[in-house]
Design a protein around this ligand. Structure first.
Ligand code: ATP
Ligand code: MG
Length: 400
């Protein structure tokens, strides 16, 4: 019995036409990149499913560990392929079940008969197989709803597929199938979660981080690099652009009254991000704003900040509670990195009080005394770009 194949079922079944072929192409590329350490893995994609063939059983086990974090997969099952005859199906089913612990477990047979020429119909085959299995494994308990072991048998014209376990996939859409954006990544708890949520919707991104040395330390940058590495595990290489922000921030503090300086800081960040967005062919900007969480995240503040750009700003956390965000951060492994105690540029320069309802005209008035646009262009061009994960750009050629 050759236990080396995984059957992958896609998510987002409503996709049609061109979108669907792009979805499949991206998913295939992402899986290939994610499994690139495994040795020889071959793949075959069809309209509604994909097959992965490994050479060794250890590789199959490793693939089972990696696949649940890849977006665009609804579910997957390791399968054994046999001839589409009753004899072979019976024999292979017993072998497949022989690999799992059956004592006292609940059980059901699920048959999908794609080849209608098969001599038994679905119900008959279900009965026949169920009886056969129970004679050999009498300690299995038949249960129709949520059985612990689901013997899945699919009969196609050229072969039958048999599996005893279906794993849940991450859902969503393959990263890169829905365009490329730029994530404003602070090192706090929220922005990594915002990036993850957009990846789930198929968006790949570059990340931009504003650093203000010597007020912010190298450890703050290391932290952001670690977050980028962690996010890379969900399916895409991420380039990181670090912006030297000290001088611009000091100028803001000098030029703008303290209760408006946070608003101006955010507006300048947006302007710099806008420049980097254009240079990286990104379509949107992503932030970790959550409505009302802090002074800079009221609707009035958001309006004042948005005013500097026409680019769509994606804020996937806008309606989420902090607790929900923390739960996701824990699940995706960024929380422990985010709570490392290194200040980012905003914490260092935070004034004692911020206006929760900044007026755009006032902010623009104070900004008009300085050639901020020149400074924005300068810091954008001074960015330091790296790829913190070990993958290289070539591994993900399709995405960038
Ligand atoms: P986070 O937890 O993501 O730091 P926050 O709750 O601290 O968010 P703010 O400090 O108001 O909220 O930042 C709002 C958003 O602005 C962040 O989610 C991030 O997208 C962006 N941002 C803030 N500081 C930086 C920075 N130093 N570099 C890049 N982006 C930043
Ligand atoms: Mg923050």
């Amino acid at each position: 019995m050759n236990w080396n194949t995984i059957l992958i079922r896609y998510g987002e079944m409503s996709l049609k036409g061109k979108n669907k072929s792009k979805f499949i192409r991206k998913l295939k590329a992402n899986i290939k990149a994610a499994l690139s350490d495994l040795g020889t893995v071959t793949m075959r994609a069809e309209r509604d499913r994909m097959f992965i063939y490994t050479e060794k059983p250890e590789e199959l086990d490793r693939a089972i560990e990696i696949l649940p974090s890849i977006f665009g997969i609804q579910s997957f099952s390791p399968i054994v392929i046999c001839a589409p005859t009753l004899e072979d199906i019976k024999e292979t089913s017993l072998k497949v079940l022989g690999k799992t612990e059956t004592a006292g477990k609940t059980f059901k047979v699920d048959v999908k008969r794609a080849d209608k020429r098969f001599p038994l119909n679905t119900g008959e085959l279900q009965q026949e197989l169920g009886g056969h299995v129970l004679r050999v494994f009498p300690d299995l308990i038949v249960q129709m709803k949520k059985p612990e072991i689901l013997l899945y048998v699919e009969i196609q014209h050229e072969a039958a597929y048999i599996s005893s376990h279906t794993y849940k996939g991450a859902g969503g859409m393959p990263v890169g199938s829905n365009g490329h954006s730029l994530l404003l990544l602070s090192g706090g708890i929220d922005s990594p979660v915002a990036g993850y949520m957009m990846m789930k919707r198929g968006v790949s991104f570059d990340a931009i981080h504003f650093a203000s040395p010597p007020f912010t330390s190298d450890l703050a940058i290391e932290k952001v690099e670690d977050i980028v590495r962690q996010l890379t595990k969900f399916g895409a290489v991420i380039r990181l652009h670090v912006i030297p922000f000290t001088e611009l921030q000091q100028t803001i503090v000098k030029q703008v009254p303290s209760n408006l300086s946070m608003t101006t800081t955010r507006r300048m960040m947006m302007k710099v991000a806008e420049q980097v967005r254009k240079d990286t062919n990104s379509l949107g900007l992503i932030t970790g704003d959550s409505l009302g969480q802090v002074a800079s995240q009221t609707l009035e503040s958001i309006t004042a900040i948005n005013e500097v750009t026409n680019t769509p700003i994606l804020r996937p956390l806008i309606a989420m509670d902090k607790l929900e965000i923390i739960q996701i951060a824990e699940k995706i492994g960024t929380y422990d990195i985010s709570i490392r105690p290194y200040d980012d540029c905003c914490t260092v320069f935070t004034p004692p009080s911020n206006k929760t309802k900044p007026q755009v005209e006032k902010v623009a008035y104070y900004e008009s005394f300085q050639e901020f646009d020149d400074m924005v262009a300068e810091v954008a061009s001074q960015r330091v770009t790296t790829i913190p994960s070990k993958q290289t750009k070539e591994d993900f050629e399709d995405l960038l």
